[in-house]
Ligand binder design. Sequence first.
Ligand code: IPE
Ligand code: IPE
Ligand code: MG
Length: 262
Amino acid sequence: MIFNRSKSMPDDVPATLDLDRIPKHVAMIMDGNGRWAKKRGMPRIAGHQRGMEVVKTVAKAAAEVGVEVLTLYAFSTENWKRPEDEVGFLMKLPGRFFDTFIPELKANNIRVEIIGDITGVPTDTQRVVLDAVAQTADNTGMVLNFALNYGSRAEIVTGVQEIATAVAQGELAVDDITENTVSQHLMTRQLGALADPDLLIRTGGEERLSNFLLWQSAYAEFVFTDVLWPDLTADIFFDNLITYQNRDRRFGGLVENKSNQK
Ligand code: IPE
Ligand code: IPE
Ligand code: MG
């Protein structure tokens, strides 16, 4: 089906993408940087560098079509297992990224948010990241939410500890613990009603979550693509959104509950 376009919409957006049914929250596992570099006989960090440029492309494409939250998995709690020089490079990437991209974030009204244990990253990385959050805090458009030193199991453990403490201190009754209580004690609580992704995309060919948004993805639609993250383009991203729009989201009910349908 071909959908109408307003005059302001650039013609790089495919006419088969329905702008009235864009997923509100898109989460992406940016995988395949190392293999992209290896294929070219380059060091793995060259893949991460190229991947950083793709983050800019995808962030602008997502904002352009009206995605409200774009969560990007940048560094997992398990990625510390990698060689020291690779980890060191990954920790410097936020600095390089925001150095060159803050003006465009501002121009596109994009607000930066972070999930993950930011206290566990080097202090200069912390500083640039918190500075980017502060500098874009007044922006009212898309939230660009980076998962940095993020692990969903650690997130859930912290949440359970907070809830248990509230119970032990007599502030919360066990019977009053609901799904909403748990959601409110996860790092995504700052996203409010948009905490749960509608669509989760993983590039790089692996079909697993690797400890990403375990609770929040309960009813997400999954798209796995063999495209390596550094090869991702706005066109491929829009194709993934079209794939989402062709899914039936039933949430355990019947077809008429499809929230990605009109
Ligand atoms: C994803 O690419 C980036 C991070 C995990 C930081 P990889 O570095 O995992 O690339 P592959 O999977 O080895 O190709
Ligand atoms: C997942 O990719 C983490 C990020 C993209 C930041 P990995 O490459 O670390 O995942 P595994 O090791 O293949 O599961
Ligand atoms: Mg990988």
